[in-house]
Design a binder for this molecule. Structure first.
Ligand code: ARG
Length: 463
């Protein structure tokens, strides 16, 4: 006889129940209840298949189906009593099913194990999150493309080392992020395709002797096919790691843009004005409008990277097949997913609402000798001077302008000639920032015409 306090699901060989500390370290119900809908969907597919293959009767399958729907509605309405003693979502659902329908509930777990069950549930959950990320990315890309179109020809300084480098266009800068988030989108779609195989029916690790139909359950759950190796299927968390690494790279992009928005919205830059809807005030300094959303997006990256690293560490030492260590996968992924979706939505909101300050951008674009390269290129093109020499001459002119506290277009032709006798009046035609950006028509360059071509391409992609 089994002690009454031993586990009702696996307590057959146990004489006593677990220590309270054991229960605390063992239970995952506190968090894996988020997979309740997936767990019930998996069980419904499994039960229908067991009936179709003659492993259980149609009557039992029908009782299980109805009972599972009742359990789902209890969970959705919040009346379901989750029990730590029942460890996880799988056993909580099954135990409640037993209370509702009695004996047939005990037949549901035929030809399956919690190992393939949890892998299936978790995959279904992660798959939904890939879909949510795809949506969030598409919305953000759409907002960036709109910004790029509105300011395709606005000039602004382009930076390297955060030092003024060459003038670029606002549209070009926005479209740079579109490319980054576009790669994130393709990683999301790619990973989602790869992960869409059903572990259900792999059982504990070795498969099962029951005549199950894994194609049937795979199809019922929207998977492309069943996994091909049961040992791999129950011990694989690559799908979660691909989710986290894809989230990490995307979060890094979000963070870089957030950092730019923090800098750009400062009084020193004034490149953008963020909307009131995505800013906060200070309780002591009345003039303050803080870019908190951008700062928090920048910070969220830490926990997303952390989740990726944590799960990598969990998995790296595990022999095949399932080990309980793997239960630590969920909280990391849940937290990363919540924060990734929130960061995507917040960034989309900020981008939609923000105003690029065209005049400040233009003023900054013209300062800092941003057209020095244009000057050197002119000498190469018109005077046939080797680029290295032109670079040297231009450097001397920059030093002269800097010494006088003026910009390059403020130097006179005589000033120019004193450094290189061949320079003519024509040089001034290339020193303006508009001219500079308009001239950069190479494919992918900053010229408004190039930006508009990329905007058109993305609009077609977005449909
Ligand atoms: N709660 C467990 C997890 O999240 C479910 C699988 C338990 N399997 C087992 N053999 N104990 O991983």
């Amino acid at each position: 006889m089994t002690d009454k306090t031993s586990n009702q699901m696996w307590g057959g060989r146990f004489a006593a129940g677990p220590d309270a500390i054991m229960e605390a370290i063992n239970a995952s119900i506190g968090f894996d209840q988020r997979m309740a809908a997936q767990d019930i969907a998996g069980s419904r597919a499994h039960a229908a298949m067991l009936a179709a293959t003659g492993v259980i009767t149609d009557n039992d399958a029908e009782a299980i189906r109805e009972g599972l729907l009742t359990v789902l509605s209890e969970i959705e309405s919040g009346e379901f009593q989750f029990s730590t003693a029942l460890e996880d979502i799988h056993m909580n659902v099954e135990a409640r099913l037993k209370e509702i329908i009695g004996e047939p509930a005990g037949r549901l777990h035929t030809g399956r194990s919690r190992n393939d069950q949890v892998a299936t549930d978790f995959k279904l959950w992660v798959r939904d999150q890939f879909d949510a990320a795809e949506k969030g990315l598409l919305a953000l890309i759409g907002a960036l493309v709109d910004q790029a179109e509105a300011g395709a020809e606005w000039v602004m300084p382009g930076f390297t080392h955060l030092q003024t480098a060459q003038p670029v266009t606002w549209g070009h800068h926005m479209m740079a992020y579109v490319e980054m988030f576009g790669r994130d989108l393709s990683r999301v779609r790619d990973a989602r395709k790869r992960m869409n195989e059903s572990p259900l029916g792999s059982a504990a690790l070795a498969g099962t002797s029951f005549p199950i139909d894994r194609e049937m359950t795979a199809e019922a759950l929207g998977f492309d096919r069943p996994t091909a190796n049961s040992l791999d299927a129950v011990s694989d968390r690559d799908f979660a790691l691909e989710f986290l690494s894809t989230a990490s790279i995307c979060a890094m992009h979000l963070s870089r843009f957030a950092e730019e928005l923090v800098i750009w919205s400062s009084a020193q830059f004034r490149f953008v004005t963020l909307s009131d809807r995505f800013s906060t005030g200070s309780s002591i300094m009345p003039q303050k409008k803080n870019p908190d959303a951008a700062e928090l997006i920048r910070a969220k990256v830490g926990r997303i990277f952390g989740a990726n690293t944590a799960l990598m560490m969990v998995m790296k030492g595990l022999p095949l097949a399932y080990s309980k260590d793997m239960q630590e996968d969920k909280e990391q992924v849940f937290d990363a997913a919540d924060n990734w979706m929130l960061a995507l939505a917040a960034m989309e909101g900020m981008v939609k609402d923000m105003t690029g300050n065209r005049d400040s951008l233009a003023a900054a674009a013209g300062s800092g000798f941003s057209t020095a390269t244009d000057l050197a290129d002119w000498m190469v093109r018109v005077l046939k001077v080797p680029f290295r020499d032109a670079h040297h001459v231009t450097g001397a002119l920059v030093a002269m302008a800097e010494g006088r506290g003026v910009d390059l277009p403020d130097l006179t032709l005589e000033d120019m000639k004193s450094v290189h006798a061949g320079i003519t009046e024509d040089i001034f035609s290339v020193l303006g920032v508009e001219n500079s950006v308009n001239s950069r028509t190479s494919y992918g360059g900053t010229a408004p015409a190039q930006v508009r071509a990329q905007v058109a391409r993305w609009k077609q992609i977005l449909g």
